[in-house]
Design a protein around this ligand. Structure first.
Ligand SMILES: Cc1cc2nc3c(=O)[nH]c(=O)nc-3n(C[C@H](O)[C@H](O)[C@H](O)COP(=O)(O)OP(=O)(O)OC[C@H]3O[C@@H](n4cnc5c(N)ncnc54)[C@H](O)[C@@H]3O)c2cc1C
Length: 391
């Protein structure tokens, strides 16, 4: 057998693939990270990324342990102290506050590009990680001893394990013919950032409307980021508005809780789809992040689930000898550990989306009653908060 180029090759250097490479830094494993598009590492300080994340406590722990959190600019991090959720009858409310759960913050809001940069810098310093970027794989073959990748430029690479971290439309997953049950929500996530007239005080808001879910997430300073998950008609209407009209539309939709808004940056839209992948591992192959699962963004948990994959897979691989990193039985341990948290998150997000996306008046009364009842059960809220933070 030809000598291997690495113990494992990670295809995809987005947040999840880069985090996995960083989690394996300074271990006996040799790692090759392949990324098709070089990430932007420099951006003007007075601009804000429209793509933001609510990072859970468990994800923050992982990012701290792998050395990426310390590279983030603290001035651009916004802790979430409280979350207020509103039903679609104009009255039902549910609130979560950090002190109720005995913590300082429910999550931390940060920008995609800042986290990508922090991870990329961490990976580039790792002595056992080699980055190939830009690099495009063209063929994948797996035999008993190794996974073999042929790149678009004709180069060949082999390793004991190939990890697909290449997003929701995963090329790696497609090459192996791994089945995916895809269910488009018929919705897009419309995202934009705003400066606000009133301070947000670290409060996140979410409204369930008959035609979608609007989230306002506090951004550092007197700013907020919205994710409006909505059908095609509303998406097109929002995208057609100029900055002034969009700011007014969003401010009114949220009852002017943050006063007048002023849009900063551009509006963007992402189609939303639930992907349920038949299996996460095969001999010499594992899937992580959006390649392994997607969820509706209403709970803001997509990337947190991906970081959960990273923590688990890295823990298992580090505990084994490098020679065993592609063994099916080793990888099955990863798959078994992730099955329940992924399934639970997909079911909860999907269930909520369906529950609130139904015009039946009885269901409408029931869901709003449910919100109000949950609000009055402090033990249940405490458990929900702890679960979301540790997801
Ligand atoms: C509107 C919206 C809002 C969201 N909000 C939140 C939120 O608040 N909180 C949260 O946790 N999650 C959120 N998510 C989900 C989150 O964005 C994803 O879960 C996360 O980005 C997945 O990261 P990933 O690294 O797995 O995949 P990706 O971010 O898709 O990265 C994949 C990487 O692989 C590379 N790649 C792809 N194909 C190849 C190839 N063939 N060869 C080489 N490289 C390749 C790509 O260039 C990319 O860098 C949201 C999603 C949407 C759509």
């Amino acid at each position: 057998m030809k000598s291997l180029d690495a113990d494992l090759i990670i295809v995809g250097g987005g947040l999840v693939g880069a985090a996995l490479a960083a989690a394996l830094a300074n271990t006996p494993l040799s790692v090759l990270l392949l990324e098709g598009r070089p990430p932007a590492l420099d951006f003007p300080a007075d601009t804000w990324d429209a793509r933001i994340y609510a990072i859970s406590r468990a994800s923050r722990r992982l990012l701290t342990d792998i050395g990426a959190w310390g590279r983030l600019d603290p001035a651009r991090l916004q802790p979430v102290a409280e979350m207020r959720i509103f039903g679609d009858d104009g009255r039902a409310q549910l609130g979560f506050a950090a002190p109720e759960a005995g913590v300082d913050e429910l999550a931390v809001i940060l920008e995609n590009r800042a986290l990508q940069r922090a991870l990329w810098l961490t990976v580039n310093e790792a002595p056992n990680v080699r980055v190939l970027c830009p690099a495009q794989p063209a063929a994948l073959q797996i035999d008993a001893d190794a996974a073999h990748l042929t790149l678009a430029d004709g180069a060949t690479l082999s390793a004991r394990l190939v990890v697909g971290a290449d997003g929701a439309h995963s090329w790696v997953r497609g090459q192996r013919g791994i089945q995916v049950a895809k269910r488009p929500y018929g919705q897009s996530g419309v995202v934009a950032n705003f400066e606000c007239e009133k301070p947000h005080r670290g409060v996140a808001h979410q409204w369930f409307f008959e035609d979608g879910v609007l989230a306002w997430l506090p951004l550092a300073g007197q700013r907020m980021s919205m994710v409006w998950s909505c059908g095609d008609a509303l998406r097109d209407e929002l995208l057609a508005l100029d900055a002034v009209a969009l700011a007014e539309r969003v401010a009114v939709a949220g009852g002017r809780r943050l006063g007048y808004l002023h849009q900063i940056g551009k509006t963007a839209a992402f189609p939303l789809q639930l992907n349920h992948v038949a299996h996460l591992v095969e001999a010499r192959l594992a899937l992580v992040g959006d390649a392994a699962h997607t969820v509706h963004p209403l709970a803001g948990q997509g990337v947190n689930l991906g970081f959960g994959d990273v923590a688990e897979l890295a823990r298992i691989l580090i505990a084994e000898s490098p020679q065993r990193c592609g063994d099916y039985l080793v990888l099955r341990r990863y798959e078994r550990a992730r099955r329940e948290p992924v399934y639970l998150m997909q079911t909860v997000c999907d269930g909520l989306q369906k529950l609130f996306n139904n015009p039946n008046p009885l269901l409408k009364a029931a869901r709003n009653l449910g919100l109000g009842l949950t609000d009055r059960q402090s033990w249940l809220k405490h458990r929900l908060v702890r679960h979301a933070m540790d997801a």
